[in-house]
Design a protein around this ligand. Structure first.
Ligand SMILES: [Zn+2]
Length: 138
């Protein structure tokens, strides 16, 4: 990879020669080179920004995967685990699991039901893995 500071040193040498020689063709070549280097610097900056963005996205994707791997599935509801691997607290809304502002943990609606604070959907899931496979009233 080309080191931009090396190119800068090269320019300074060329500019010194330019003063000594005062050659029109040399001046044009230097101006051309300078504009090419500036273009490379811009491309370099853009690539660094793209690289940083991709790294950040990869880290976010890994964190999301790690989070999903850490959950326990009880009757299709995804709970966090306690230190013994048992489901704890309310489950996460599967529909909103990958929402940009999520994930959303369900909140208590009553003894049996819970509700997603984001989409408002009600679920037959309660705290600590007490999930019902069907609605009691149906
Ligand atoms: Zn939801």
């Amino acid at each position: 990879m080309v080191d931009l500071s090396t190119l800068g040193d090269g320019f300074r040498r060329l500019q010194k020669l330019q003063k000594d020689l005062d050659n029109l063709e040399l001046n044009e070549a230097i101006v051309d080179l300078r504009s090419q280097v500036m273009e490379m610097q811009q491309e370099n900056l853009e690539l660094r920004e793209a690289n940083m963005r991709l790294k950040r996205e990869a880290e976010e994707a890994k964190a999301a995967d790690d989070f999903l791997d850490s959950l326990i599935d009880v009757d299709g509801y995804l709970y966090k685990r306690d230190e013994n691997g048992k489901p704890v607290d309310y489950p996460y809304c599967a529909k909103c699991l990958k929402h940009p502002d999520g994930p959303f943990k369900m909140v208590r609606q009553n003894e049996v039901y819970s509700r997603c604070p984001n989409c408002g959907q009600k679920f037959a899931a309660a705290k600590d893995g007490r999930a019902n496979s069907s609605w009691p009233n149906s």
